[in-house]
Design a protein around this ligand. Structure first.
Ligand SMILES: NC(=O)c1ccc[n+]([C@@H]2O[C@H](COP(=O)([O-])OP(=O)(O)OC[C@H]3O[C@@H](n4cnc5c(N)ncnc54)[C@H](OP(=O)(O)O)[C@@H]3O)[C@@H](O)[C@H]2O)c1
Length: 266
């Protein structure tokens, strides 16, 4: 991992809501924002994981409130937004990280209901949550970050439904940046490629087993496709999000930052 940013606590005493606190990027987002000085509102469906991550945030000396939420449930999102404001009195940042993998199948045959379901979580729920938190964010010159994907940069077979959802999410972020800019709210996107986290580690282990080679070989083959010759760690992606949430990025809105060790250029 590259050196830590030199500036201390860029999110000091800010409040950040993270949707989709899973074991990979979601957890890293919570912990890196806490390390940068933020208090956290953590949302996902798995209560046990939320509690674990909340405890980790508290170990870093920050406050965390875990709000079990299915972001497709509009009433649950209202509860989440209300809890954030009631608990902390303000919201400075929102990270829309929650994600449902759309079916990995060619568009020619993919089930349209499954594509719709992907849009529901990956696009419309993120819009709904952003709308609910906009008044609070507007009071604080707040910042929204949408977590996207390197799927934006290619059109490989079976990724069509995934690309459609993430392309809509990017368009939405750009339009929101224009709509919310006059209210002082910035909206940006971070697009990771590989993330060297539990899911990918598990997947590489499966491939290694099938090919009867060490997992390290699979890692090295993937890493060779990046300029830096390695795969990004969750914390490295989270730090870019943290930057966009922070006042360090106060003149940045409507942008997409790719965090992929140089796998794709854009
Ligand atoms: N992993 C990768 O290699 C990769 C690559 C490029 C981009 N990305 C992007 O990075 C982001 C994070 O991916 P990740 O793999 O690291 O996952 P993660 O942050 O470990 O977990 C995401 C979490 O989203 C939650 N979620 C899903 N549907 C939800 C819903 N309806 N309501 C609330 N929460 C929901 C799930 O938790 P619950 O089941 O507890 O709700 C899941 O654990 C995603 O936006 C993804 O598209 C990932």
């Amino acid at each position: 991992m590259a050196a830590e940013p030199a500036l201390a606590a860029p999110l000091a005493d800010r409040v950040v809501v993270v949707s989709g606190v899973g074991p990979g990027l979601g957890r890293a987002l919570a912990l890196r924002c806490a390390a940068a000085g933020a208090d956290l509102v953590l949302a996902a469906r798995n209560e046990e994981r939320l509690a674990e991550v909340a405890a980790e945030v508290e170990k870093l000396g920050r406050r965390a409130v875990a709000v079990p939420t299915d972001i497709r449930d509009e009433a649950a999102c209202v509860r989440l937004a209300d809890t954030a404001v009631e608990t902390f009195g303000r919201v400075d940042g929102l990270v829309n990280n929650a994600f449902k993998t759309p079916p990995l199948e060619d568009l020619a045959t993919v089930d349209l209901d499954a594509v719709r379901a992907g849009f529901e979580t990956n696009v419309l729920a993120a819009l709904h949550l952003t709308r609910l938190l906009t008044p609070a964010l507007a009071d604080r010159d707040g910042s929204v970050v949408m977590i996207n994907s390197a799927v934006l940069r290619h059109s490989r077979r079976t990724y069509g439904a995934y690309k459609m959802a993430k392309s809509a999410l990017l368009s939405m972020a750009q339009s929101l940046a224009t709509e919310l800019g006059p209210r002082g709210v910035r909206v940006n996107t971070v697009a990771p490629g590989y993330i060297w986290a539990p899911n990918l580690k598990w997947y590489f282990k499966q491939i290694a087993r099938e090919r009867d080679v060490p997992t390290r070989t699979i890692y090295e083959e993937a890493a060779a496709t990046t300029d830096l010759g390695r795969l990004p760690e969750p914390d490295e992606i989270a730090d870019t999000v943290m930057f966009l949430l922070s006042p360090l990025a106060r003149a940045v809105t409507g942008q997409c930052l790719d965090v992929n060790c140089g796998e794709w250029h854009h």
